[in-house]
Ligand binder design. Structure first.
Ligand code: PLP
Length: 454
């Protein structure tokens, strides 16, 4: 049975001559096209030999090859409309860049620039120096440098300051972010030894001081950015931790996670740790992401005392974790916007989306509902109503922001099907299903036309 089917598998050449396949193959280098066909044939043969598949696998062969050609020929990263209610959506690429960053990116991408060249001295310069100047000005840190992301920032800070030594951290702060960043694992990969102190819900000053021995290198604090311990809890405030560390001559390092450069309560949001305030509290080194609340490109920022930042900069890992000219250009342009705090809510998409007033959202939701009603046709109900957005990306855990949403229902179509319908549009629209209703959050929608799935 299977040998009959095996004999029926067309040859690579035959397949390449087939109508649709040959039209698509003509758009590709011969070696690439025949490689794809050969791989599909080999896979089918292996499947049949192992007793799997059958006639239907054989019949699907041409379709499989065409789909692989098409997938290769069209961009796979496409625009998605974020109506999910999560403002900084990690799976959708987190912060949207401000216009100023786009202009800087364009400049950096299309011509040479003074990335590592000091125009004043006419000689080699430091690639982080412009970003550093801005970070120092905005946070009052003595020094700063930039790496690939916050995970890299934590890794290099630990490796530089505590390799082969102990890192003391509260059990209540051993965070996991997004499944792939687990603090205990990063500590181990940095070559350091984790020394857990306290309990999940309560850690006291004496827990830290009693853990300090001659093998202790740093005291570490992590912002528990995606969960909240509530009830009978105690944590040691940063200022006190700094005093304990400095009494023993140990630096204190803090992973701030999101780390904001401005006090978000100005925009009616809950306050996240502000980098400058942590520096003022005496922390030696802080690390934070550039593409979370800061609203810039993916990067990790390390700021703090010059002595420690200089050591981190000299770590050979810095070269492996360095950022490229595109990131640095976009980051510099984003940071520069913070020099005019009053203009932030307008110029920086992340702050703009987080701070949109409810009455504006209501007007937009009402207009969007009318537009969608006209397009979706009969049977659909589109209802503007109050809802809740979240910040996302491990920022402001447990905190929701009042918003306006569209609740879309249909007499005979499940909310999951409607979710799918919006995702399958020419430009996928990502909503969410909540309490058995399909929901589109208006907060992150700049043009209501974007919500039309077709
Ligand atoms: C988000 C986060 C990280 C990881 O940052 P990336 O920039 O995604 O690498 C690390 N620690 C904390 C506390 C975070 O919130």
């Amino acid at each position: 049975m299977s040998s009959d089917l095996l004999r029926k598998i067309p040859s690579v050449d035959e397949l390449l001559r087939g109508g649709e396949i040959s039209a698509l193959a003509a758009l590709l280098p011969t070696a690439v096209a025949s490689g794809i066909v050969r791989k599909a044939v080999d896979e089918l043969r292996a499947e049949l030999l192992s007793g799997g598949g059958g006639e239907e696998s054989l019949n699907a062969l041409a379709g499989t090859i065409e789909a692989r050609f098409r997938s290769l020929l069209s961009p796979s990263l496409v625009r998605v409309v974020n109506a999910s209610g999560t403002v900084l959506h990690t799976n959708l690429g987190r912060a949207l860049l401000p216009q100023a960053a786009l202009e800087a990116l364009n400049l950096a991408a299309t011509g040479p620039l003074n990335l590592e060249f000091d125009l004043g001295h006419g000689s080699r310069g430091e690639r982080d120096s412009r970003a550093e100047e801005l970070i120092v000005a905005l946070t009052s840190a003595e020094a700063a440098c930039v790496v690939n992301n916050n995970a890299a920032a934590v890794l290099i800070a630990l490796n530089t300051l505590a390799e082969d030594k102990e890192v003391v951290i509260s059990r209540g702060e051993l965070v996991e972010i997004g499944g792939s960043f687990r603090l205990p694992e990063i500590i181990e990969k940095s070559g350091c030894v984790l020394k857990e102190v306290g309990t999940t819900n309560r850690t006291h000053p004496r827990d830290y001081s009693e853990a300090i021995t001659e093998v202790t290198a740093i005291l570490f604090k992590a912002h528990t950015s995606n969960y909240k311990v509530t009830g009978f809890t105690a944590e040691v405030p940063l200022k006190e931790l700094v005093a304990i560390g400095h009494d023993s001559g140990l630096p204190v390092v803090e992973d701030l996670g999101s780390g904001s450069l401005v006090d978000l309560s100005v925009y009616g949001l809950k306050k996240e740790p502000v980098v400058g305030e942590r520096i003022a509290a005496g922390v030696d080194v802080v690390t934070f992401s550039a593409d979370k609340l800061l609203g810039g490109p993916q990067a990790g920022i390390i700021a703090g005392k010059k002595e420690f930042v200089d050591r981190i900069r000299r770590n050979p890992l810095k070269r492996a974790l360095r950022v490229d000219k595109l990131t640095l250009s976009a980051l510099e342009a984003t940071l520069r916007l913070y020099l005019n705090p009053k203009g932030l809510a307008k110029a920086l998409p992340t702050i703009r989306h987080l701070s949109r007033p409810l009455d504006e959202l209501e007007v937009t939701a009402t207009a969007a509902a009318d537009l969608l009603k006209g397009r979706l046709g009969s049977g659909y109900s589109v209802l503007p109503r109050r809802g809740e957005s979240i910040v996302g990306s491990g920022s402001l855990p447990g905190h929701t922001i009042p918003t306006w949403v569209l609740e879309i229902t249909h007499g005979s179509t499940s909310p999951e099907k409607i979710f799918r319908l919006f995702l399958d549009g020419a430009t996928p629209v990502l909503g969410r299903v909540s309490k058995d209703k399909f929901i589109l959050d208006i907060r992150t929608i700049d043009r209501i036309e974007d919500l039309l799935p077709f």
